[in-house]
Every structure is written in structure tokens, then in C-alpha cells.
Design a protein around this ligand. Structure first.
Ligand SMILES: CC(C)(COP(=O)(O)OP(=O)(O)OC[C@H]1O[C@@H](n2cnc3c(N)ncnc32)[C@H](O)[C@@H]1OP(=O)(O)O)[C@@H](O)C(=O)NCCC(=O)NCCS
Length: 129
């Protein structure tokens, strides 16, 4: 069964295997746990039969004007069954009242995010891994 939590309290790095697929320099599970601890908001999808995290989303915010969603990922074996959509919906619920919510994504994912009322934008970034 897939359950959702917004708490990192009971999460160990052993539960965080297989993420950052395709990254040039993937975060280790220990670094991943630190990212979850340091984020303002998180939502995790957990396979409670396997006791492992199978999806996660993070947000950073000033709690007034702006929020940024840096990371969203669902493990390959768990995709296309609504987990990613649930993570985004739950995060947007947490960020309700904040007028500017940004994320960057590849063009193929614009249709996915548009389901949540998001619109395309142009941005500038640094990626210095
Ligand atoms: C994007 C992601 C989180 C979606 O998770 P998910 O649990 O599969 O999401 P859902 O089941 O709720 O929705 C799946 C939808 O995602 C979209 N999608 C996912 N990957 C896609 C891709 N490569 N190309 C086009 N659409 C894609 C489709 O619209 C799909 O809907 P469909 O199954 O009706 O075609 C997941 O594919 C993932 O982790 N990808 C790798 C990391 C990533 O790209 N994260 C986003 C960073 S901006």
C-alpha cells in the first residue's frame, strides 16, 4: 500500500534508495535525507509493505511571496499510477496562499504540470555540479 507523509522523522537513509535517476552526480541516500530535513516542506510516498520511500517532493519558501519546488521524483517501478500527481497536489495544498510558485522542468513535462494550473515560463539557471 502507498501511504503519504510530510514528516522526515521516521525516515532513514536506508529507505531512500534508487533516486536521482540519470543525474550526472546523484545525491547519496545520506545527502538525500539531509535535503529532506533542510527543506521547508516535503511530501513522501512510502510503500508501506516494503518500508521504503518510492516518491518525494520538496519545497523551499519565504512563506510570504515565493516558493520553489526543486525536486520531484517517483521511482521508475512506481510511475504512471498517480503518485507523482498526488505529491504535487499535496505540496500545492501546503503552499496555498503563496502567490508565486516556481519550478523548472523539461518541455515534455509541461503538460503534466499544467494539470495543476501551472503555466509555462522562461527562466535562467546555474547548474554547477
Ligand atoms: C515526473 C514524475 C514525477 C511523474 O510521476 P508519476 O508517479 O509517474 O506521475 P503520475 O502517474 O501522477 O502521472 C504520470 C504522467 O506524467 C507525465 N510524464 C511523466 N514522464 C513523462 C515523460 N517522460 N514524457 C511525457 N510525459 C511524462 C505524463 O503526463 C503521465 O501521464 P500519463 O501516464 O497519463 O501519460 C516521474 O515520471 C519521475 O519521477 N520522473 C523522473 C524525474 C523527473 O522528471 N522529475 C520532475 C522534475 S521537474
Amino acid at each position: 500500500m502507498i501511504t503519504y507523509t510530510d514528516s522526515v522523522e521516521k525516515i532513514t537513509f536506508q529507505m531512500l534508495q534508487g533516486f536521482f535517476e540519470g543525474w550526472k552526480k546523484p545525491c547519496t541516500p545520506e545527502e538525500h535525507l539531509e535535503i529532506l530535513r533542510n527543506s521547508n516542506h516535503i511530501v513522501l510516498a512510502i510503500d508501506s509493505d516494503q518500508d521504503k520511500v518510492v516518491g518525494f517532493i520538496t519545497a523551499l519558501t519565504d512563506r510570504m511571496q515565493s516558493a520553489f519546488i526543486p525536486l520531484l521524483e517517483v521511482l521508475p517501478g512506481y510511475r504512471r499510477r498517480g503518485i507523482g500527481s498526488t505529491l504535487v497536489s499535496r505540496m500545492l495544498e501546503k503552499l496555498k496562499g503563496i502567490p508565486a510558485i516556481d519550478l523548472t522542468c523539461d518541455p515534455v513535462l509541461q503538460r503534466f504540470y499544467s494539470k495543476f494550473g501551472m503555466v509555462p515560463s522562461v527562466g535562467m539557471i546555474i547548474r554547477d555540479y
